[in-house]
Write a protein that binds this ligand. Structure first.
Ligand code: FJE
Ligand code: FE
Length: 296
């Protein structure tokens, strides 16, 4: 049974995500967060990352938003200044609410290239200084279902009758779709939310059946409406993520990994980080194992 859409959304802007260098020796295809698309409320960054040792994202802070890491291949080892650590493996999800402050490292684990998506979701002014929190879900526990050639993995929100257990401080949907050749999808999206598609594999037609197809590594911003229609008219599997969120409608003041509402709050954050206060206490004496290994 298909959901009926009254006002399907169409693509209003498109970007090809080209590789750029970030972190230490790592390569990311950044779409949201680059110069031409600073912010797509509530989303600050979308990176498709590709990283192999010794490259990675060593010890760095975050405040005022969430990082959502969804692994596609290989694994990332993370450790933070509270002693929280673990391995995010292919298909696993880490939804990290940095809130008032996290300092951590994210480094590839094992041989070969580790690939995934990292999304930065902004927090509203009332949530920016909350206690940090993690929601971690292993691949086998991610809600998934298939019907008529369409498979969905529900990272956040609801699709095809199944609901993710992830709690989103900023109301967010995050769906990973795989469409077999000749399959078709209608996915409702709440009216008023900002939503986009990021293509991972194969070729798909999005929004208008008569429009041309898009291949991998494209960010497609959707206009307003109540949902999205997608067709796979190719002879290969199509994979993409559909992400949406309720816009916060607040001013954004950003300095790298610190995202607040005003310049004064950014100045305060730089001071907090520098003097190890207001949530950064544990940063004073902490180094990740990755960094300790380099110091002799
Ligand atoms: C960061 C530059 C960075 N995209 N994708 C500056 F690269 C980072 C950062 C990441 C990152 C980490 C992973 Cl595992 C995947 C990423 C950027 O860590 F936080 C700042 N400030
Ligand atoms: Fe980080």
């Amino acid at each position: 049974m298909d959901s009926q859409l009254e006002k399907p959304r169409h693509i209003v802007r498109k970007f090809q995500a080209r590789p750029q260098h970030e972190g230490v020796g790592a390569v990311v295809r950044r779409s949201i967060g680059r110069f031409e698309l600073r912010y797509f409320d509530p989303f600050l960054v979308l990176d498709e990352f590709s990283v192999a040792a010794p490259a990675g994202f060593p010890d760095h802070p975050h405040r005022g938003f969430e990082t959502v890491t969804y692994m596609l291949e290989g694994a990332v080892k993370h450790e933070d200044f509270q002693g929280h650590k673990g391995l995010i493996k292919a298909g696993d999800l880490q939804w990290m609410t940095a809130g008032r402050g996290i300092v951590h490292s994210e480094m590839p684990a094992g041989q070969g290239v580790s690939k995934g998506l990292q999304l930065w979701v902004n927090l509203s002014s009332k949530n920016k200084m909350i206690e940090p929190k993690y929601q971690e879900i292993q691949s086998k526990d991610i809600a998934s279902t298939s019907k008529n050639g369409v498979t969905v993995r529900v990272i956040a929100g609801k699709s095809m009758g199944i609901q993710s257990p992830v709690y989103t401080c900023t109301p967010t949907m995050y769906l990973d779709f795989t469409l077999k050749p000749s399959s078709h999808l209608k996915q409702p999206i709440p009216i008023g939310w900002n939503a986009f598609v990021y293509t991972l594999e194969g070729e798909g037609i999005f929004g208008l059946e008569k429009s041309g197809p898009f291949g991998a590594h494209h960010l497609l911003l959707l206009g307003q409406g109540d949902g999205l229609e997608v067709w796979n008219k190719s002879n290969k599997v199509l994979r993409f993520v559909l992400i949406g969120g309720e816009p916060l409608g607040e001013p954004v003041a950003q300095l790298g990994p610190f995202v607040m509402n005003t310049d004064e709050e950014i100045d305060q954050t730089v001071e907090d980080f520098q003097y190890f206060v207001n949530g950064f206490e544990k940063a004073r004496h902490w180094r990740s194992e990755a960094m300790v290994g380099l110091e002799t």
